[in-house]
Design a protein around this ligand. Structure first.
Ligand code: FES
Length: 213
């Protein structure tokens, strides 16, 4: 898949935890295409981060919490991408239900592997599991589930396991820590790169503290 166009490739975006709250969103770019993944009333969906009215970028920040609402004329969109809140619609736009549906946001593909969230510009194509292969998919899912706690950043050491998947570099030490570094996809600025360090549910220090002397 390394020679495939960026639009047809899956890119790691964030953790499912980042999108767990209502209105939480995470953005990126792939080539010239801005993308957003957003929690809308409990559904996590992905779209091109471009308003269908006059093509303004909807969310300008790499991540945050706020409704999927265009800052230009204030259109807001539901989980199907359909504009549902249009200020001054009766006088300025006069859009009925069918007209609104025609102006739905362009969807993007979104997939989870354990707690890892990936996005792709193209809505058609191999699933994430097909692209990664069953073994790697299962390995990444198990790793992400084994380290549920975000914590202080650490530098991976030489004897850690390293796995590279598209823009995602994973470094892990069994039972100690998992470092996820997501490079910005092609065409995206450095502000879209992300690094997070995850830890097991129970810190080793706590386990030691609970052990009888
Ligand atoms: S450009 Fe988005 S509401 Fe007009």
């Amino acid at each position: 898949m390394q020679n495939a166009s960026p639009e047809s490739r899956w890119f790691h975006l964030c953790l499912a935890d980042d999108l767990a709250s209502p209105n939480a969103f995470v953005t990126t770019r792939v080539g010239a295409v801005p993308l957003v993944a957003q929690n809308i009333k409990g559904r996590v969906v992905a779209f091109r981060n471009v308003c269908t009215h006059r093509f303004a970028v909807i969310h300008g920040e790499p991540a945050g919490c706020g409704p999927l609402r265009c800052p230009y004329h204030g259109w807001s969109f539901d989980a199907d991408g359909v504009p549902v809140g249009l200020p001054f619609n009766p006088t300025d736009f006069q859009l009925e239900a069918e007209g609104r549906r025609r102006l739905a946001l362009h969807p993007a593909a979104l997939a989870r592997c354990g707690r890892l969230v990936f996005v792709r510009v193209a809505t058609d194509g191999p699933s994430l599991e097909e692209e990664l292969g069953n073994d790697l998919f299962a390995r990444l899912a198990a790793l992400s589930d084994a380290f549920p706690r975000c914590g202080d950043a650490v530098e991976p050491e030489g004897d850690w396991e390293h796995i590279a998947v598209n823009n995602l570099h994973i470094a892990s030490a069994p039972g100690r820590a998992l470092v996820l570094h997501s490079a910005a996809p092609p065409g995206a600025g450095e502000r879209y790169s992300r690094t997070v360090t995850l830890y097991p549910a129970t810190a080793p220090a706590m386990i030691d503290a609970e052990m009888p002397a």
